[in-house]
Ligand binder design. Sequence first.
Ligand code: PMP
Length: 382
Amino acid sequence: MTAYLDNSATTKPCKECTDAVCRMLSENWGNPSSLHNLGIHAMKEIVTARTVIADSLGADKEEIIFTSGATEANNIAVFGAAKAKKRLGNRIVTTAIEHESVLQSAQELEKQGFEVIYLKPDKFGNISENQIIEAVNSSTILVSIMYINNEVGSILPVRSIQRAVKKANAPALIHIDCVQAYGKIPINAKKLGADLISISAHKVHGPKGIGALYINKSANLTNQNFARVFGGEQERKIRPGTENAPLIAGFAAAVKNIDLSSVQKQKIKELNAYAKSRLSEIKGLTFNSGENASDYIINVYVPTFMRSQTILQELSANYGIFVSNGSACAKGKKSHVLTAMNLDNEILDKSIRISFCRNNTKEDIDLLADALKDLIKKHPRS
Ligand code: PMP
């Protein structure tokens, strides 16, 4: 028996997704830019997929650019916004717990002379509305804040960004990294007041290597500002290169399968509560995720002498359980999220992230809880 509990790193592609990818590769493989029938047929699939993704965000299809994933979408958004608005101000507001693709883009812009404010979270990874309001001033040109943190699941007050920008009369664009929220809670670009939204297919049972950036039409942003790669006319010249039609079709197939029903919401809520109650049986285990975090992510400190990397390798090798130590992209480096939360070194070294998807069951949780108990018994904290 195995239990896959690392769904914030990636999810298993659903059958509809793999079918769509295979169908495109074997039957609909034309270049979408070709003017003959094969090209037209492939382009049709992209147009349909773009509409599916746009609908899922309450957007128009002209507002969706396909990218190689959210890392690229975040890079285009942050650098694009800075370039588009640099004559109007110098300040960028973000948080210390963003994904590396936002953080490192912001750090690069800092080197280029921008002032970047990294809002600090509390000990559960929460950022308050007030912090955002206080940080945004009239020279702020970009506010880039994630919706749900990928390591601890904290839900950030992204709806307040628009209020903060209006209050300060700032020329800022609003970028929201919705990777961990998309497919889990309803996201409506207009209601969020976002100019830019990043999403990734492989977190919603789609393929890896494909994502999308929503660019609000009324923000009037052009490829002059937002292009990071130069080439053909594809993706409105913002992200040129022959479109990855198979992955785009797979992305749309997965999105059609997203379940935002109250039944699904309740199922994950119950799974989360069950996990917390089973994990609480473990003496000395503490929760790094707060009470109000997303039900999909639980980050815990494991009381053992082993470091998190060894814990997860043991769980994988000896118990068939797959979890992670924070972000998969960070590959074993100390978590910048837990560090920003000001947690002790002991916790930084020995925490793991458990993350769910619609396929998980209580049996997965039982497997994990029993394995952790066994592991701690064998390797106590000393
Ligand atoms: N943002 C967040 C919040 C993420 O969790 C991830 C994936 N770990 C990314 C961005 C990057 O997405 P991708 O893997 O598609 O590049």
